[in-house]
Design a protein around this ligand. Structure first.
Ligand SMILES: C[S@@+](CC[C@H](N)C(=O)[O-])C[C@H]1O[C@@H](n2cnc3c(N)ncnc32)[C@H](O)[C@@H]1O
Length: 184
């Protein structure tokens, strides 16, 4: 099982490789805040969204940082604004967004990014073990992922299939696509 405060690999890569004019980031589905923490430590002002009240009220409260704004809501309900962020991070959350609203959310994320800004995240693949049992998670093929990201330039798209563990330390077969995409 991963250490909860180790940030996402593709987010670290994006932040360390590029220069940002505003250093304004959005962390969608922030969870326990491992990526929010990394962004704050790298001088970003962060808006962190999670639908889970405990993530927002308890876990994020521990950061006590004036550069952090937290929103407790479903990401698809939040008005993100236009050209506000230079990084939008959405790790292990997009598959959990109601599939009826994913295209609208991706459109909003695109609008909320400055030109040249980066969108970093993941989708689950169709061979993921949870596809056999879960009704409220969406699984995609590579073609679906490319279509969903068609407004962005895909900088990196990596497919991974591996045996591993869930956050509850239960064994699981993972299949996912991690991506770094850029707004033109
Ligand atoms: C698997 S956790 C990932 C947490 C964090 N991004 C990470 O990588 O460690 C998924 C998180 O997304 C949140 N979430 C799921 N669907 C959401 C939605 N539609 N809008 C906002 N947050 C959501 C859950 O409450 C949970 O905290």
């Amino acid at each position: 099982m991963r250490n909860s405060l180790i940030p996402s690999h593709f987010l670290v890569e994006t932040v360390s490789k590029h220069k940002f004019s505003r250093r304004n980031a959005l962390d969608i589905g922030c969870g326990d805040g491992r990526d929010t923490f990394f962004l704050l430590n790298n001088d970003f002002t962060v808006t962190a969204i999670d639908k889970d009240k405990a993530s927002i009220t308890e876990k994020m409260a521990r950061f006590k940082d004036s550069n952090l704004k937290v929103i407790c809501d479903y990401a698809e309900n939040v008005e993100l604004g236009s050209q506000v962020f230079d990084v939008v991070n959405a790790q292990a959350v997009l598959p959990f967004v109601d599939s009826r609203f994913i295209s609208v959310l991706l459109e909003n994320i695109h609008d909320s990014l400055e030109s040249g800004g980066y969108f970093v995240g993941q989708f689950f693949g169709v061979e993921d073990e949870w596809a056999l049992t879960s009704q409220n998670i969406t699984f995609h093929s590579e073609m679906d992922v490319r279509k969903l990201l068609s407004k962005f330039n895909i900088i990196k798209l990596v497919e991974l299939k591996k045996y591993g563990f869930t956050q509850k330390n239960e064994p699981k077969f993972w299949h996912f696509f991690s991506f770094i995409a850029q707004k033109s």
